[in-house]
Design a protein around this ligand. Structure first.
Ligand SMILES: [Zn+2]
Ligand SMILES: [Zn+2]
Length: 158
């Protein structure tokens, strides 16, 4: 019996991955296109990326792509509910594939690293306003700001 080489296994994995991504596009009612697949794949590897970083990531595989095209792809993925956009103050919009669970984010004020924060208690909306002003509250979006562990080490004075 011949063991598949690591490279073959990697290719097979990439093909399976592309199939799953294509399925998610189809079930969201979107046409499967190479740029959409590439952006979804890049977002899988690097959640909380901005459009520039995604453009850099997909450019090697799709030399014909423009930054404008990436913005277009992100807009259609967003409208279809496949991608969520977060906009921390002072940062370009960031995109991620983790959608629909009303999770929050924690951002480092020094190195701008972003992590997911699950709801602390219960289900979304996980924050109860002191006064809802008659609103039927459906979601809460919180951004926690602080220094990440690495930046605390970097800036600690002995
Ligand atoms: Zn940091
Ligand atoms: Zn997130």
């Amino acid at each position: 019996m011949i063991e598949p080489s690591e490279e073959t296994a990697g290719l097979r994995l990439a093909a399976a991955d592309a199939g799953l991504l294509a399925d998610s596009l189809r079930s969201a009612g979107l046409k499967v296109t190479a740029p959409r697949l590439a952006v979804l794949r890049a977002l899988t590897d690097m959640p909380h990326s901005n459009a520039d970083a995604l453009f850099t990531a997909v450019h090697t595989d799709l030399p014909g792509t423009s930054l404008q095209a990436v913005y277009g792809v992100l807009a259609s993925l967003g409208t279809a509910g496949l991608v969520r956009k977060i906009e921390p103050a002072g940062s370009p919009a960031l995109f991620e594939r983790r959608v629909g669970d009303n999770h929050h984010h924690i951002v480092c004020t020094r190195c701008t690293v972003v992590h997911d924060v699950d709801c602390a208690i219960g289900h979304a909306p996980c924050l109860t306003p002191a006064d809802t002003l008659g609103f039927d509250v459906r979601a809460a979006e919180v951004i926690y700001w602080g220094l990440c562990a690495q930046c605390q080490l970097d800036t600690a004075h002995p």
